[in-house]
Design a protein. Structure first.
Length: 119
């Protein structure tokens, strides 16, 4: 994906990632309920995502299809966060996340498993 997706565009993509291919009308209905946007706002955001190469549109019924995977966007956003806020240091990010709150034994075990898979 060439261009960064902004938070509002990620809300549109979130509906597609959760529900799969669906109509623009359905995306608008979901976002009316979730965030209170009007239909025109959602349609504008869908068009922006199309221009950025994140959504393809098919007829009939303005059927929308995600062209980028959620994992690819998550990776790009994480890399940007690490570069921008943590001076490119993954361990600084990890330390910041761990220092936020007391973790349960289950959360600690899960993190150990993740680290173990990386070794």
């Amino acid at each position: 994906m060439a261009e960064k997706l902004f938070d509002s565009e990620l809300k549109v993509m979130g509906v597609l990632w959760r529900e799969g291919d669906t109509t623009a009308k359905h995306i608008a209905d979901v976002l009316i309920e979730q965030v209170g946007w009007n239909r025109n706002t959602t349609y504008t955001l869908i068009k922006r995502c199309m221009k950025k190469g994140a959504i393809a549109r098919k007829e009939p019924n303005f059927m929308c299809h995600a062209l980028v995977e959620k994992e690819a966007v998550q990776e790009a956003e994480t890399n940007e966060l690490i570069d921008r806020i943590f001076d490119g240091s993954e361990d600084k990010l990890f330390a910041a996340l761990l220092g936020r709150k007391k973790l349960s034994a289950q959360q600690i075990a899960k993190l150990k498993d993740i680290v173990g898979e990386l070794e």
